[in-house]
Design a protein around this ligand. Structure first.
Ligand code: WT7
Length: 645
């Protein structure tokens, strides 16, 4: 058995840190006992308000209602740019590191202001108004951040769609949010390969007649098609635009962005976040969780297409006047040393990445790490899935040379910012544990009956009080938000994760309890993959589950029943993979496809996924109750031909 080692806070870290354990305990207590006083103080110290709020907070989780700083007016772009200009106009806001190691750029706060204000004026000139939705489909270039901030500046609501999504998935998201404007680039560059972003947009827009403007950033000068009147070059439009663009003063509860994420059922949900509470959550966690000091160089390796990129590449760091690194590439290009070389090149102090990347690099051995210095590093972070203790130890010992605490941060698209996490100067670390709640966060573990579990134990993770950056709605379907997050356990926010709490009150996230699979930190709904598979004429039925995967955390295992009389083939398998790539994106392709003459079902016809999950995980000694199966012989035949032995 692997022994969990306890890592006390090193003296040097504690001395340098913004908060020690006493401060954490004191502030945490205040945050839950006198939330209004606590949050009012934080909102004043972290953000600049044009007009103060009428009421700090009002919520009723039974109804899924939450309001923070209502009546208060502020602008996110003003908070992330303008207010820093006087002190930090010449400070670097964004360090851009290209896919090609020879390419990088520094963007100061003044330059950021220049781009964002001009782009905001371009959007305005194309008729984009406060409340309008704008789709952003971009590679990891500074213009992605400019686009988000330009929307925020004029009160438009952005919907960033990850560049790995297919044209069909992009189309669905554009239509769902009724976006009339798209911001993209000619092509993206990742690991030396070109991604045809503009071409994907053109395909998606065949079914989106309402889109009137496509702003195109020139990244590669690759050949692209052009629709006169609809398409405009970013650089040309900006040249003619004025830099004078007064920020739109938004109510704290006005929408800031929509971000699509997958759940257990149906199509992806457009998670809606608002202005004041979200920005406070992002800024405050960025400062305390990453112990961000003025002058630090901070790097989060996520993509802006996911919430981690929103909160911890763009909004949190820039609200704090920080320097944030935007990386276009991938961890193993040109070679497995890239991350560590970038850290040395830009003297990165704080590094935040995902367990899947750590595991992939761990496989390459220590040499690619050891040959770099990494002496600038002070702190490491992990996010996206549970980090296995072996990967944690490698990250700690080899990458951080036992000098850098690791913050294992648990949160979700819906939570907007980090909820459970160590604080570097305060928390003793246990490899694999996200440890303790952030300020104002009240996690609970619920048993099957929905009762809170006291002390050590395991259950479903829920949150019992509102926090500023929580989800406010599912775009266009408010009821769906209430059904998904606030109905299963009335009075609580239901996370979809299971967790254990140990004798020290530390939380250990054990993974999803619903039909969501986490592949390399990408959240994928089984229902979406199933819907894609059954689109094929040769497929009668499909059931998709997750199974443990050494590198990706989880892999996708699909059980597919072909149409009667049809002989399954390797060819069909290829077609199914292509179909999933087309419908969702290639990151959602099943790892394993098993042909299933039949699927285990209850007599009422419900697929018993619990059994399929066991077969996929190769856990056969305890299949659970199979007495309700309509045809028990189906199970044995699936077991005999299982692919993960
Ligand atoms: C799901 C949310 C929010 C960051 C990116 C993912 C899993 C996230 C951790 C962690 C264990 C984690 C959970 C969660 N997850 N961070 N530190 N330890 N699990 O955002 O796509 O909304 O996915 O990711 O299962 O519910 P997301």
């Amino acid at each position: 058995m692997y022994e969990i080692s306890l890592h006390p806070v090193p003296e040097a870290v504690r001395k340098h840190a913004l908060l020690d354990n006493d401060a954490y305990l004191r502030l945490y207590q205040q945050s839950v006992e006198q939330p209004d006083a606590f949050w009012s103080e934080q909102a004043t110290s972290f953000l600049t308000w044009f007009k103060p709020w009428d009421q700090v907070h009002r919520s009723d989780l039974k109804k899924g209602e939450a309001e923070w700083f209502k009546g208060g007016k502020l602008n996110v772009a003003y908070n992330c740019i303008d207010r820093h200009l006087e002190q930090r106009g010449d400070q670097v806001a964004i360090i851009w590191e290209g896919d090609n190691p020879a390419e990088s750029a520094n963007i100061t706060y003044r330059k950021l202001h220049h781009h964002v204000s001009r782009l905001a004026n371009v959007l305005k000139s194309r008729g984009v108004q406060k409340g309008d939705r704008v789709c952003i489909y971009m590679p990891m270039i500074p213009e992605a951040a400019y686009a988000m901030l330009a929307c925020a500046r004029i009160g438009a609501v952005h919907s960033v769609v990850f560049g790995g999504f297919s044209p069909d998935a992009l189309r669905d998201r554009i239509l769902d949010a009724d976006c009339r404007t798209v911001i993209t680039a000619d092509e993206g560059v990742r690991g030396g390969k070109y991604v045809p972003l503009k071409q994907n947009v053109d395909k998606a827009l065949k079914d989106c007649p309402k889109v009137a403007t496509v702003v195109v950033v020139e990244r590669t000068q690759g050949e692209i098609a052009w629709v006169e009147g609809r398409d405009l070059w970013y650089h040309e439009a900006l040249r003619e635009a004025s830099e004078d663009c007064a920020p739109e003063w938004m109510d704290a509860e006005d929408p800031l962005f929509i971000l699509y994420t997958s759940g257990s059922t149906g199509k992806p949900k457009g998670v809606l976040h608002t202005t004041g509470g979200y920005l406070l959550g992002a800024a405050m966690t960025h400062k305390y969780v990453f112990d961000y000091h003025d002058g630090d160089i901070y790097w989060c390796t996520a993509d802006v297409g996911w919430v981690t990129g929103h909160s911890y590449i763009v909004y949190g760091p820039l609200a704090n006047g920080g320097t944030t690194l935007v990386f276009e590439g991938v961890p193993n290009y040109p070679d497995a040393s890239r991350f560590w070389q970038v850290i040395d090149k830009h003297q990165v102090n704080i590094f935040y990445t995902a367990p899947t990347a750590i595991r992939a690099l761990m496989r390459e051995g220590e040499e690619p790490v050891r040959k770099t210095s990494r002496s600038s590093l002070r702190l490491l972070g992990s996010v996206g899935e549970p980090i296995n203790p072996e990967a944690w130890e490698w990250y700690y010992n080899v990458v951080g040379e036992k000098r850098c605490p690791i913050v294992d941060t648990w949160w979700q698209t819906e939570t907007g910012s980090i909820l459970i996490t160590p604080l570097p100067g305060a928390t003793m670390l246990k490899p694999g544990s996200a440890t303790r709640p952030f300020f104002g966060v009240q996690p609970v573990l619920l048993d099957e009956k929905g009762h809170e579990i006291d002390g050590p134990g395991s259950g479903v993770l829920a949150i019992k009080a509102s926090w500023p950056s929580q989800i406010r709605s599912v775009y266009g379907d408010h009821k769906r938000m209430i059904d998904t997050y606030f109905s299963a356990y009335p009075g609580y926010y239901f996370t979809g994760d299971g967790a254990r709490r140990d004798e020290d009150g530390y939380y250990w996230i054990t993974g999803r309890v619903d039909d969501v699979i986490n592949v390399s930190g990408h959240r994928i709904g089984t229902a979406e993959v199933e819907s894609a598979l059954v689109l094929h004429d040769a497929v009668a039925e499909a059931a998709v589950v997750g199974y443990p995967h050494d590198l990706k955390g989880q892999g996708i295992y699909a059980f597919v029943t072909p149409m009667k009389g049809l002989e399954p083939s390797e060819e069909l398998k290829k077609e199914l993979l292509a179909l999933v790539s087309k419908e969702i994106g290639s990151f959602a392709k099943p790892e394993l496809i098993q042909w299933a003459p039949g699927l285990p079902k209850t007599r009422s016809g419900k697929i018993m996924r619990r059994i399929l999950r066991k077969i996929a995980c190769n856990e056969l000694d305890n299949l659970g109750d199979t007495s309700t199966l309509a045809d028990p012989s189906v199970v044995q035949s699936l077991i005999d031909k299982r692919l993960n032995q």
